[in-house]
Design a binder for this molecule. Structure first.
Ligand code: URA
Length: 268
């Protein structure tokens, strides 16, 4: 790839973690879940295809054909599809993904854009993303079928720390950095103070690392907009204890045992 000037600067600023140092989220922890979700989690089919199976009368719950999509089932219900019993895959799975830009953090996209589902290795039980990165944000993303842990990590009460490498227009004045550190208003919401570190500056652009523990929609972009420096590129280098490291864009790796216990310790 040939990159010159600004383009090369931005590319390396975002791509290389050595300069510093990381809702379609899901919920599945009640006793009951919708039948199509149950079938999807059991690996029978995608949720949409499962809906189709239900409507076509292929699914029985406790021996009775069920065609209503709103039907809920619990673990004690007997579900079968075309006569074959279906069991929930209970083995928890945890994956770290380097989400590339131009990929939706959803399992399917009605507009046909690329989704993280296409980047998950084949043959694994169904996992879903914990939280969301914008279409044009890259970086570390956790995927799991452990709904309980996912709910904890998403809950504002636990304030999981996230660190982003950001390239913005212009150079920040000390006062603008202070505003980010003490908390800026983004419309109706005052962001909590962020950790901010200037990584590099150029004539028209700056690279910074920003650490936040909230997760409002487009929060980092809106925080920099609020101080007059629109974001040019954004990558999450860290999500709690999970670091991007040298995982290439589009690739996934399993969580290490240490990472898993660190995540669990976030919510004692
Ligand atoms: N903040 C943003 O603005 N976008 C993201 O994708 C993540 C955090």
């Amino acid at each position: 790839m040939q990159l010159d000037g600004d383009a090369r600067f931005l590319y390396y600023a975002v791509k290389l973690p050595w300069w510093g140092a990381s809702n379609d989220g899901w919920v599945f922890m009640n006793d009951k879940m919708r039948l199509q979700k149950f079938l999807a989690h059991a690996g029978v089919a995608s949720r949409r295809a499962a809906e189709d199976l239900i409507v076509r009368g292929k699914v029985r719950v406790n021996g009775k054909v069920v065609r209503e999509l709103g039907t809920s089932v619990s673990e004690t219900d007997r579900v079968d599809v075309s006569g074959t019993p279906v069991k929930l895959q209970t083995e928890p799975q945890y994956l770290v993904m380097h989400k590339p830009v131009n990929v939706m953090t959803t399992m399917r996209d009605p507009e046909g854009r690329r989704t993280v589902a296409e980047l998950i290795p084949k043959g694994l039980p169904r996992v879903v993303p914990v939280g969301r990165l914008d279409y044009d944000t890259s970086g570390v993303l956790l995927l799991t079928n452990d709904g309980e842990l996912a709910n904890i990590l998403m809950h504002p009460r636990f304030g999981v720390e996230k660190m982003y490498r950001v390239v913005v227009k212009g150079r920040l004045l000390p006062d603008e950095i202070k505003r980010l550190q003490s908390g800026v208003w983004i419309e109706e919401f005052k962001a909590a103070g962020a950790g901010v570190r200037v990584v590099a500056t150029r004539r028209d652009t700056s690279v910074l690392d920003i650490t936040i523990h909230e997760g409002k929609n487009r929060q980092v972009r809106r925080m920099f907009e609020a101080v007059g420096h629109p974001v040019v590129a954004l990558a999450r280098l860290r999500f709690g204890p999970l670091r991007l490291g040298d995982l290439p864009p589009g690739q996934t790796r399993p969580l290490t045992a240490r990472e898993l216990s660190q995540l669990r310790n976030l919510a004692p």
